[in-house]
Design a protein around this ligand. Structure first.
Ligand code: ATP
Ligand code: MG
Length: 327
């Protein structure tokens, strides 16, 4: 039997190159060897975007299309809409009895995120999202959760909850393991340490070739290199980081050309735009198909969600029996 992976995205916007490098690419690589569940985490999106229902609605489609467009095969992976799986919500409530408020409020990732969002006080839902995440992971008894290092405290919490729950009720819920991503964060073309949708520096998978060029053209290079004739320093160039990330085989050559003033910044940016567009072209073509067949996208989400409900309800019933709440 294949091991089960649970992964997903919050539908709060379209997915960008950071998501591609950081997770989508490996989802595609893993789809043959694992049973993958891709959760469109709309309930989790509500914890910070409860006042933007239209954005979440649109983003459910966008996130599904982004995942399908990078090459995930709907016959291999299961795409699930979180809010439509009742078992996740019910499990969240059961798990919430086993977590104290300080455990959540002292969670370093929660603290950082609350600070980033500027929350003086946290809602019950936001504070509790790691509990809900535990339910996301365990409703289908996922073995592995691919995560960045910021998510480690949540996986630790999930494991603790599951262990305690199993000890208490004699259930057999799988204790999930983190599958750490080996790729680091993709920086922004603006020189920021991270590309992020809310940072205004995101290069979206659905951007047109013209937009890609526009964003690359405005990217930050070595500011000391005021003329093509003087040698540049790739170490301080945002564009160069992208060459390294997206055309690693060519990066060495580009670096020495830059250091020898054998290539100018404009030509170097043109090269990068070409590299990115070559990666994005097939993604765009598939996205174009799905945008014109939105009913198919809806059907894919519905079918995946139906499968998730079947699995979730079955597991939940067994859990309720063990908990002695089922009469
Ligand atoms: P926001 O700016 O609203 O926080 P975001 O662009 O950071 O949005 P998230 O939905 O917060 O996107 O990211 C989800 C996950 O995507 C992260 O936990 C991380 O694994 C991955 N990710 C996001 N941005 C990057 C990036 N620049 N490089 C690598 N991975 C990323
Ligand atoms: Mg983020």
């Amino acid at each position: 039997m294949k091991k089960r992976i649970l992964t997903g995205d919050r539908p709060t916007g379209r997915l960008h190159l950071g998501h591609y490098i950081g997770s989508l690419k490996s989802r595609v690589d893993l789809q043959d060897d694992y049973e993958e569940f891709i959760l469109i985490a709309d309930v989790q999106a509500l914890t910070t975007h409860f006042d933007k229902p239209e954005l979440i609605h649109q983003s459910i489609f966008d996130v599904a299309m982004d995942n399908l467009s990078v090459g995930l095969d709907e016959n291999k992976v299961t795409i699930v809409q979180q809010s439509m799986v009742g078992a996740i919500a019910e499990l969240t409530i059961f798990y919430s009895m086993l977590v104290t408020v300080p455990q959540l409020s002292h969670n370093p990732t929660i603290k950082t995120e609350a600070k980033n969002y500027g929350y003086k006080e946290m809602t019950y839902g936001f504070l509790g999202y790691p509990v809900s995440q535990t339910a996301d992971i365990t409703f289908c008894n996922a073995d592995l959760v691919p995560v960045g290092d910021d998510q480690i405290p949540h996986i630790e919490m999930a494991r603790k909850i599951v262990r305690k729950f199993n000890d208490l009720y004699g259930t057999n819920i799988t204790e999930p393991e983190a599958k750490l991503s080996s790729v680091g964060r993709l920086s922004g073309l603006d020189g920021n340490a991270k590309m992020g949708k809310s940072m205004g520096n995101a290069l979206y998978l659905s951007d047109s070739p013209e937009t890609v060029w526009e964003k690359v053209r405005n990217g930050v290079t070595d500011t000391n290199r005021i003329s093509v004739k003087i040698p540049g320093n790739p170490d301080v160039c945002a564009i160069y980081k992208y060459h390294q990330a997206f055309s690693p085989d060519e990066a060495g050559n580009i670096s020495s050309m830059c250091r020898n003033a054998a290539i100018g910044c404009v030509a170097c940016k043109k090269k990068l735009a070409e590299t990115l567009n070559a990666i994005l072209d097939p993604i765009r073509a598939r996205r174009n198909y799905f945008e014109n067949h939105i009913d198919e996208v809806k059907d894919i989400i519905s079918a995946g969600t139906e499968k998730a409900n079947k699995i979730g309800n079955e597991n939940l019933l067994a859990i309720k029996e063990k908990m002695h709440v089922k009469l």
